[in-house]
Ligand binder design. Structure first.
Ligand SMILES: *Cc1c(COP(=O)(O)O)cnc(C)c1O
Length: 227
């Protein structure tokens, strides 16, 4: 008998804190498929991975209705491999126009529609990937999304500064949510731009207070990662 229900208990504890309308991505990077399976058996369907090879290796180990989210930095030369799996529900971490165009071209070639979020970079003290708020606004002001043929931009993803200063973290999340609102003002014909993906184990409650609709939680569900 399998008595280790740690993942289930942690998952249920996290879930009990999420208001209605906020979805949960269980960030399973660096954790073995057996642990993902425990989360799946407890009802979890969305899983987040940050490396193409690891994601592709886990796909056949999990049931077909698992919804895979890609959340890591995606190199243009890995787009083909990622999309060839035909199993990615959402690429959350599109951090440049060049990457977006590569995804669009490859999706068109495969005859699929890819769903993506644009990653915005607001945390100032770290070198992180993403559009700056200015680049983000410019993208929508210029209407560049209108030329996409096989890609649907479903919203925005971002991370707050890694600090104990909760006022700073809240301000970062507010800035991410503001970027989305501004885009809707700049491009009133934008449709289905609804997802605000922000919040991780240490800060998701602050993110929800600032309008997150999708939290990406790893450590609080699976425990610490062994890199
Ligand atoms: C790893 C990761 C997470 C999860 O972080 P935890 O602190 O373990 O909850 C969330 N988002 C992104 C983009 C990540 O890379």
């Amino acid at each position: 008998m399998d008595c280790d229900d740690t993942v289930r208990r942690r998952l249920e504890a996290v879930r009990s804190t999420l208001p209605e309308g906020v979805e949960l991505v269980a960030v399973s990077k660096f954790h073995p498929a057996g642990e993902l399976r425990q989360a799946y058996d407890a009802g979890q369907r969305k899983f987040g991975e940050s490396r193409v090879q690891e994601l592709c290796a886990k796909i056949p180990l999990m049931p077909d209705d698992t919804q895979w989210h890609f959340i890591g930095h995606l190199q243009t030369n890995k787009v083909r491999q990622l999309l060839a799996s035909r199993r990615v529900a959402l690429i959350e971490s599109v951090d440049s126009v060049r990457l977006l165009q590569a995804i669009d071209a490859e999706s068109k070639r495969l005859g699929i529609i890819s769903r993506v979020l644009l990653q915005v970079h607001v945390a100032r003290e770290e070198t992180k990937f993403g559009f700056s708020p200015e680049e983000f606004a410019e993208f929508f002001r210029a209407g560049a999304f209108r030329s996409l043929e096989a890609t649907h931009i479903c919203g925005i993803m971002g991370m707050a500064s890694n600090t104990d200063d909760t006022a700073r973290v809240a301000a970062d999340f507010r800035q991410i949510a503001d970027c989305r609102r501004l885009s809707l003002d700049l491009a009133p014909d934008l449709r289905g731009f609804d997802i605000v993906s922000m919040g991780m184990s240490g800060d998701y409650e602050l993110a929800i207070a600032e309008g997150s609709t999708l939290v990406r939680i790893g450590t609080a569900i699976f425990g610490p990662r062994e890199y």
